[in-house]
Design a protein around this ligand. Structure first.
Ligand SMILES: [Zn+2]
Length: 328
């Protein structure tokens, strides 16, 4: 293998292609390629831009394959660094797009950038962002052209389904909501290796932001992590970064990160009622940029709503702004 190679063989008929992304963090996304009886299965595809597209073709060539052989594109979740190129690949190759059942309706939300801006603005106001900062925090900019609108998936899967690869081998579907409501992981029945999307990443903790599609995004995320612990997951092939060797151990680390953060927020509320914005300012590092503030606020609301759901805190409203306080 040379550093020029975009496609790498991981053994057991699995290929990995590292696709560049048009933003610094994360800088790339891993697409995986597996053989099926009816052509190639591609797992995740990066955003719709030329460097990604040409790297995908080059990576397939490194693996001795071509784009025309792709018959099914499975996407782990509805974020542009995973699904962005899907509309173009479906159109060009005629492959089927397969996602979790929830994507059948949530794709409309993915397509609706003005709606997302409006929901973010409402969330910011409701959770105590100062008036003069609301616009900056909710400003998502124009919709990038590497994120063309999606059509509904051609195939829907749910937890427990098996996507056949041939010869009795299959990818077993685990619905793992939290990072995104339609997120799935896929376990290779032959090797036990888990293709984890963004559910578990090697060095960073995936963003778990407030999401109106879920009652308790953080609770669902933590339950989805605990599931990997209970399954004693070993090797993980993540969507960003390098292989995770002890998957369930990494899941435990991420669980602990969130438990510490929950405890930190309870400490802030022990000093008196506060908005999510105020809690965020105490718990996150200072000098965040507005986009970072947006993510941090969404995460803070997800944590506080989880604490409210489990009875640790209560909330009340004043002039349309939500305050949290410790439950007595
Ligand atoms: Zn991602």
């Amino acid at each position: 293998m040379t550093s020029e190679q975009a496609g790498v063989r991981l053994g057991h008929g699995v290929g990995k292609i590292t696709l560049p992304l048009p933003f610094p963090s994360p800088p790339s996304v891993n697409a995986y390629v597996l053989d099926t009886d009816e052509g190639l299965l591609l797992l995740d595809c990066g955003v719709a831009w030329e460097p990604g597209r040409s790297t995908l073709e080059k990576g397939l060539a490194d693996l001795g394959r071509t784009l025309g052989e792709v018959t099914v594109l499975v996407v782990t979740h509805l974020h542009p660094d995973h699904v962005g190129m899907a509309p173009r690949l479906v159109e060009e190759t005629g492959c089927r797009l397969v996602m979790h059942r929830r994507a059948a309706t949530l794709y409309e939300r993915y397509n609706d950038t003005p709606g997302l801006v409006e929901r973010t603005r409402l969330l910011a106001r409701r959770h105590g962002v100062p008036h003069d900062l609301v616009d900056a925090v909710a400003d998502l900019g124009p919709r990038p052209d590497w994120m063309p609108p999606l059509r509904p998936p051609d195939g829907l899967v749910e937890d427990g389904d098996r996507i056949p690869l041939g010869g009795g081998r299959a990818l077993e579907v685990l619905h793992t909501p939290g990072h995104e409501a339609a997120h799935i992981c896929l376990r290779d029945s032959l090797t036990g290796i888990l293709f984890a999307g963004d559910h578990v990443l090697p060095r960073i903790t995936p963003v778990v932001t407030y999401d109106e599609a879920l009652d308790d995004p953080l609770g669902e995320y933590m339950a989805s992590l605990q599931r990997l612990v209970d399954l004693r997951v070993g090797l993980i092939y993540p969507a960003h970064g390098t292989v995770v060797e002890r998957g369930s151990k990494r899941a435990v680390q991420i669980l602990l990160h969130h438990r510490r953060r929950l405890a930190g927020m309870e400490e802030v509320l022990a000093r008196g009622p506060a908005t999510a914005w105020r809690v965020m300012e105490e718990v996150y590092r200072p000098h965040l940029t507005p986009p970072e503030q947006r993510l941090a606020l969404g995460e803070t609301v997800a944590h506080l709503e989880h604490l409210r759901g489990v009875g640790r805190v209560t909330s009340f409203e004043e002039d349309g702004v939500v305050f949290y306080r410790l439950a007595t």
